[in-house]
Structures are given as structure tokens and as C-alpha cells.
Design a protein around this ligand. Sequence first.
Ligand code: FAD
Length: 407
Amino acid sequence: MRKALVIGGGVAGPVAAVALREVGIEAVVYEAHSGPGDGLGSFLTLAPNGLAALEVLGLLEPVRAVAADSTCRIELVNASGRRLGLVGDGSEKGPDRLRTVTVRRDALQRALAEAARDHGARIEYGKRFTGYTETPAGVVAEFADGTTAEGDVLIGADGIRSRVRGLMDPGAPRAEYTGLLNIGGHTPPVEVAPTPDATMRMVFGRRAFFGYQAVPGEEVLWFVNVAHEEMTRERIAARSDDEWKRFTLDLFSGDLSDITTILAAADPACFRPLGIDDVPSLPRWHRGRAVLLGDAAHAVSSSSGQGASLAAEDALVLAKCLRDVDGLPEALGGYESLRRDRVERIAAEGRKQGSRKGGSPNPVALAVRDLVLRVVFAIAGRSGGRGWMHDYRVDLREPLEVDGIGT
Ligand SMILES: Cc1cc2nc3c(=O)[nH]c(=O)nc-3n(C[C@H](O)[C@H](O)[C@H](O)COP(=O)(O)OP(=O)(O)OC[C@H]3O[C@@H](n4cnc5c(N)ncnc54)[C@H](O)[C@@H]3O)c2cc1C
């Protein structure tokens, strides 16, 4: 194995390129956009398991340098701001450098791309992958600009609507809408009550769900989830930015007034919604010389806060398998079998979290919901957070125990 063609320069692609170089495989990343920074959503959280995976590859410091505040606790409040629970995610008990952080997506992508280049990986922008063919000697990827590239393995890190996946397995299930729309943005510093230290406040509103972190003097990162029928791109495009802003403000009319303050001060361009989709389980993650990574293999709902962290874990495990397992099909099969159970469990958890975010026009139903949530969060608070998600570690130096992993 000498050369990998990595399709997609979001999160999984650049991390995979670095991981592959660490195990002696040349990697070139091909990204459709003209530069880093485009993508889904405005910001994301990186959990201890993802940060630990980045650390193994020397990518932790560049990412932490562009991250906003630590977000290792969640304060849950009802529509009028009354606390329903304060839940640590467990990372506050670990080392500071691995505490969950929030980072703007554009800053994350730029930092990863730059760090990947520093590690000797090549990233080519403006390269929209369109197809591939396998030859006895390797794989040839084709791009919309008419160029091709040759390598030994094709890695589809091209996200939730992966073209590599569609070609590799035309019958594969497509992304499914989870029933929630997401709107996310950032607002210049505004006068609102600050959130407690290292804590994101999540508001179970009457009609929708709002999450934000307000640190005095800093921009406020926020997101909205609202239960809604599925919207096509055309229907979303049919409304103006200002109309989407009005729609979002109306969702929180009568709820905690800080929400309105934050939303009113945000650029209308932030308010175009995006359907939250997931791909909970695929029949196969690899075929021949092609393999899927990150959201292309297993998009988990954003409610899990794990998609980017899982992508970083994938990259390490794939590199390790390619280094330690003889034969390409066996190595790709080993990667899939080491990863599948974990990511599918997290996908299921993400769906469960998302299902609690809906509002109701009925005040009695809302009161009952708040009561139930109090109990749920009290139990969650006692159960030690999300240790099973966060404690996962991959040691790249340690050779893989090859026995027991199959194709
Ligand atoms: C609203 C929202 C909020 C989220 N919040 C969180 C969070 O808090 N924490 C978390 O961990 N995760 C979160 N996620 C999930 C997270 O964004 C993804 O899991 C993560 O980005 C996956 O990385 P990826 O590299 O696999 O895919 P992506 O980041 O989607 O990158 C795929 C890349 O492939 C490129 N590409 C696509 N097709 C082609 C092609 N044909 N040719 C070349 N390039 C192509 C795309 O342009 C893109 O750059 C959230 C997602 C959404 C939508």
C-alpha cells in the first residue's frame, strides 16, 4: 500500500491524510469546494474522544488554538429559564486539554487543512469527485474538471451525501431526515445573562429548542432545533434570509427573552435552516478498493455531539488496519468490524436525544415534559455522564491484535 486517494476535505479527510502519513502511506485529499471553511452548520463541539484522537496525530494544539470555550457542562432550562438540570459530560474530571470544546466549523476546517499540510499531506481544492474505476493495479478517481488520479485505495470522506458511497454500493440507504430542522449562527457580543463557566445552556422552549453559550465580551454561538416537516432545498430557498430570521424569532416569542436578544442581533444570513439527517447503519463500509470514513460511513445526528469526533477516531483505526493487517480487503474489513458497533450505538443515542427537543402548543403537555426532563437529567447527572462515549482511545503505536477481526 503506497498511495491513498481521499475524497473530501471536511473533518475526516484531512485527519485521515495525517494518520495515513503517520503509518507511511502517501495521501492526497480532493475537496470539491474552492477552499477550507465551507460546510454544514456553524459550529460544533469536539468531545474528549475526538480530541484524544487528534492529539495522537499532533493535531490537538492547532485545533484548540482556534476553539472557543470549553463546554463540558450543559445547563437545561425550561422556556422561561427555570433550571431543569445541570449535567456534566464527564470531561471536566479529565485533563484540561481534553475537555469538550466548541469550535466554529470554518475555523476547524482551516486549522485541520493547515496542520495536514504541515504534516506533508497534499490537499487539492476545486476537485469534485465524479466516479472511479478499479484496475488490476489500483484505483483511478475521476473529477468534474476532467482530470484523474491514481492510487491504491479510494477513501470516501465525502460526507453524509457521499458520492463514493453511492457508486460503491448503489443500493445503500440514503440519509434519513430525523424530523428536526437546525439553524445555527454566531452573534457579536450582546448584553445577556452569561452562561455558567464552561457550560452550554439549552432551552426547552414552547415551540423549539435553543442552545447557546454566552461569555462576556465574546461572540455568542447558538443553535436552534425545531420539529418540522422535511423541507426541500427549493422550499428553503423560496424564503428570504429576513423571512427565515422572522420565522426563527417567532419560534421563541414569549420564551426566555435573552434568546430574542441573541437572535435579533445576528446576521440574517445565519437563519437558513438545514434538515438534520442521519445514516444510522449501512450494509457495507467497503468494497474492492473503496472504503468509507466519517459521515459517509455513519452520519450520527448532531444531537449526539459526536460526528466529528467519530470521524477522527475512524481515521486512526483505518490507518492502523492498513498498516497492521495483511491484504487490502482484510484491512478494510478489520476497520469496519472495529468501528461498526460503537458508531451505531452512538447513532441510536443521537436519535434519542433529538426526540426530546420538540415543543408543544399545550401548556399542560409542556409542564409534564419539564417534569419528566427533570427526572431524566437527575438520573443522567448521577450516572457519570457520557463516559462510554468519551473514554474511547486509539493507540497508534500499539500494533493491532489482528486475531478476531474479520472481513
Ligand atoms: C447542524 C450540525 C451540527 C453538528 N454539530 C456537531 C457537533 O456539535 N459535534 C460533532 O462532533 N458533530 C456535529 N455535527 C456532525 C459533523 O459536522 C460531522 O459528523 C462531521 O463534519 C463529519 O466529517 P466528515 O469529514 O465525515 O464530513 P464533512 O465535514 O461533511 O466533510 C465532507 C467534505 O466532502 C466534500 N465533498 C462532498 N462531496 C464531494 C465530492 N463529490 N468531491 C469532493 N469533495 C466532496 C464536502 O465539500 C466536505 O468538505 C453536526 C452536523 C450538523 C449538520
